[in-house]
Ligand binder design. Structure first.
Ligand code: FES
Ligand code: FES
Length: 149
Protein backbone atom coordinates (compact mmCIF):
# COMPACT_ATOMS: atom_id res chain seq x y z
CA UNK A 1 0.00 0.00 0.00
CA UNK A 2 1.10 3.55 -0.68
CA UNK A 3 -0.56 6.93 -0.45
CA UNK A 4 -0.09 9.16 -3.45
CA UNK A 5 -1.25 12.68 -4.23
CA UNK A 6 -2.35 12.77 -7.85
CA UNK A 7 -3.95 15.84 -9.43
CA UNK A 8 -4.68 17.20 -5.98
CA UNK A 9 -6.36 14.05 -4.66
CA UNK A 10 -4.88 11.90 -1.93
CA UNK A 11 -5.24 8.27 -3.00
CA UNK A 12 -4.33 4.90 -1.57
CA UNK A 13 -2.89 2.43 -4.07
CA UNK A 14 -2.46 -1.26 -3.49
CA UNK A 15 0.96 -1.89 -5.01
CA UNK A 16 4.39 -2.92 -3.81
CA UNK A 17 6.85 -0.07 -3.19
CA UNK A 18 8.91 -0.88 -6.26
CA UNK A 19 5.96 -0.89 -8.66
CA UNK A 20 6.53 1.72 -11.37
CA UNK A 21 4.43 4.83 -10.82
CA UNK A 22 2.94 4.41 -14.31
CA UNK A 23 1.15 1.23 -13.28
CA UNK A 24 -0.25 2.77 -10.13
CA UNK A 25 -1.57 5.69 -12.19
CA UNK A 26 -3.10 3.54 -14.92
CA UNK A 27 -4.15 0.32 -13.19
CA UNK A 28 -4.96 1.47 -9.68
CA UNK A 29 -6.15 5.03 -10.13
CA UNK A 30 -7.60 4.48 -13.61
CA UNK A 31 -6.04 7.54 -15.22
CA UNK A 32 -5.19 6.16 -18.64
CA UNK A 33 -4.10 9.37 -20.37
CA UNK A 34 -0.52 8.55 -19.37
CA UNK A 35 0.74 5.96 -21.84
CA UNK A 36 3.09 3.00 -21.80
CA UNK A 37 5.54 2.99 -24.67
CA UNK A 38 8.96 1.51 -24.02
CA UNK A 39 9.06 0.89 -20.28
CA UNK A 40 12.73 1.86 -20.12
CA UNK A 41 12.68 5.66 -19.82
CA UNK A 42 13.42 6.20 -23.50
CA UNK A 43 10.24 7.31 -25.27
CA UNK A 44 8.57 9.76 -22.87
CA UNK A 45 5.01 8.51 -23.46
CA UNK A 46 4.64 8.03 -19.70
CA UNK A 47 5.79 11.54 -18.67
CA UNK A 48 4.09 13.08 -15.63
CA UNK A 49 5.14 15.83 -13.22
CA UNK A 50 6.46 15.08 -9.76
CA UNK A 51 6.67 18.29 -7.74
CA UNK A 52 6.58 20.15 -11.06
CA UNK A 53 9.45 18.22 -12.64
CA UNK A 54 8.86 16.05 -15.72
CA UNK A 55 9.64 12.41 -14.95
CA UNK A 56 9.18 9.18 -16.88
CA UNK A 57 6.75 7.30 -14.72
CA UNK A 58 7.57 3.86 -16.15
CA UNK A 59 10.95 4.05 -14.49
CA UNK A 60 10.29 5.59 -11.09
CA UNK A 61 9.01 3.43 -8.24
CA UNK A 62 5.97 4.38 -6.22
CA UNK A 63 8.13 4.50 -3.08
CA UNK A 64 10.12 7.39 -4.57
CA UNK A 65 7.08 9.64 -5.00
CA UNK A 66 5.16 9.14 -1.76
CA UNK A 67 4.34 12.54 -0.27
CA UNK A 68 5.13 14.33 -3.52
CA UNK A 69 2.73 16.17 -5.77
CA UNK A 70 2.04 14.16 -8.93
CA UNK A 71 0.31 15.69 -11.92
CA UNK A 72 -0.86 13.71 -14.93
CA UNK A 73 -2.27 14.94 -18.23
CA UNK A 74 -5.74 14.76 -16.66
CA UNK A 75 -4.64 17.40 -14.16
CA UNK A 76 -2.84 19.76 -16.54
CA UNK A 77 -5.85 21.98 -17.28
CA UNK A 78 -7.32 24.15 -14.55
CA UNK A 79 -10.94 23.04 -14.42
CA UNK A 80 -12.39 23.78 -17.84
CA UNK A 81 -9.53 26.12 -18.75
CA UNK A 82 -6.93 24.39 -20.89
CA UNK A 83 -3.23 24.79 -20.14
CA UNK A 84 -1.57 27.02 -22.74
CA UNK A 85 0.27 23.97 -24.09
CA UNK A 86 -3.00 22.13 -24.67
CA UNK A 87 -4.45 25.19 -26.38
CA UNK A 88 -1.40 25.52 -28.66
CA UNK A 89 -1.63 21.81 -29.46
CA UNK A 90 -5.21 22.24 -30.61
CA UNK A 91 -4.50 25.44 -32.53
CA UNK A 92 -1.58 23.80 -34.37
CA UNK A 93 -3.30 20.43 -34.83
CA UNK A 94 -0.25 18.66 -33.43
CA UNK A 95 -1.51 15.14 -32.69
CA UNK A 96 -1.68 12.43 -35.30
CA UNK A 97 -2.44 9.07 -33.65
CA UNK A 98 -2.09 10.84 -30.31
CA UNK A 99 -0.33 8.06 -28.45
CA UNK A 100 2.76 10.05 -27.52
CA UNK A 101 1.03 13.37 -27.05
CA UNK A 102 0.08 13.33 -23.37
CA UNK A 103 3.69 12.68 -22.45
CA UNK A 104 4.87 15.25 -24.97
CA UNK A 105 2.60 17.95 -23.53
CA UNK A 106 3.65 17.16 -19.97
CA UNK A 107 7.32 17.45 -20.95
CA UNK A 108 6.63 20.75 -22.73
CA UNK A 109 4.62 22.19 -19.82
CA UNK A 110 7.58 21.50 -17.51
CA UNK A 111 9.99 23.03 -20.02
CA UNK A 112 7.94 26.24 -20.27
CA UNK A 113 7.79 26.52 -16.50
CA UNK A 114 11.60 26.46 -16.36
CA UNK A 115 12.20 28.38 -19.57
CA UNK A 116 9.22 30.52 -20.58
CA UNK A 117 10.83 31.43 -23.93
CA UNK A 118 12.77 28.35 -25.00
CA UNK A 119 15.08 28.43 -28.01
CA UNK A 120 15.18 25.62 -30.54
CA UNK A 121 18.31 24.39 -28.77
CA UNK A 122 16.44 24.33 -25.44
CA UNK A 123 13.65 22.35 -27.09
CA UNK A 124 16.10 19.88 -28.62
CA UNK A 125 17.82 19.40 -25.27
CA UNK A 126 14.69 18.99 -23.18
CA UNK A 127 12.03 17.48 -25.41
CA UNK A 128 13.45 14.09 -26.21
CA UNK A 129 10.09 12.33 -26.39
CA UNK A 130 9.65 10.01 -29.35
CA UNK A 131 6.74 10.42 -31.75
CA UNK A 132 6.33 7.62 -34.23
CA UNK A 133 4.01 9.77 -36.31
CA UNK A 134 6.78 12.35 -36.75
CA UNK A 135 4.97 15.39 -35.35
CA UNK A 136 8.23 17.02 -34.28
CA UNK A 137 7.88 20.11 -36.48
CA UNK A 138 4.33 20.79 -35.30
CA UNK A 139 5.48 20.21 -31.72
CA UNK A 140 8.19 22.83 -32.13
CA UNK A 141 5.78 25.35 -33.66
CA UNK A 142 3.24 24.77 -30.91
CA UNK A 143 5.90 25.20 -28.21
CA UNK A 144 6.88 28.59 -29.63
CA UNK A 145 3.18 29.55 -29.86
CA UNK A 146 2.56 28.50 -26.26
CA UNK A 147 5.60 30.51 -25.19
CA UNK A 148 4.02 33.64 -26.67
CA UNK A 149 0.59 33.00 -25.10
S1 FES B 1 7.10 4.22 -21.39
FE1 FES B 1 8.23 5.44 -20.05
S2 FES B 1 9.74 6.39 -21.26
FE2 FES B 1 8.74 4.99 -22.62
S1 FES C 1 1.17 11.39 -32.61
FE1 FES C 1 1.39 9.26 -33.05
S2 FES C 1 3.14 8.66 -31.90
FE2 FES C 1 3.09 10.81 -31.75
Amino acid sequence: MARLTINGRSLEVNVSPNTPLLWAIREQVGLTGTKYGCGIAQCGACTVHVDGVAVRSCSIPVAAVAGKKITTIEGLATGAVLHKVQKAWLDHEVPQCGYCQAGMMMAVAALLKDKPKPTDADIDARITNICRCGTFQQVREAIHAAAKA
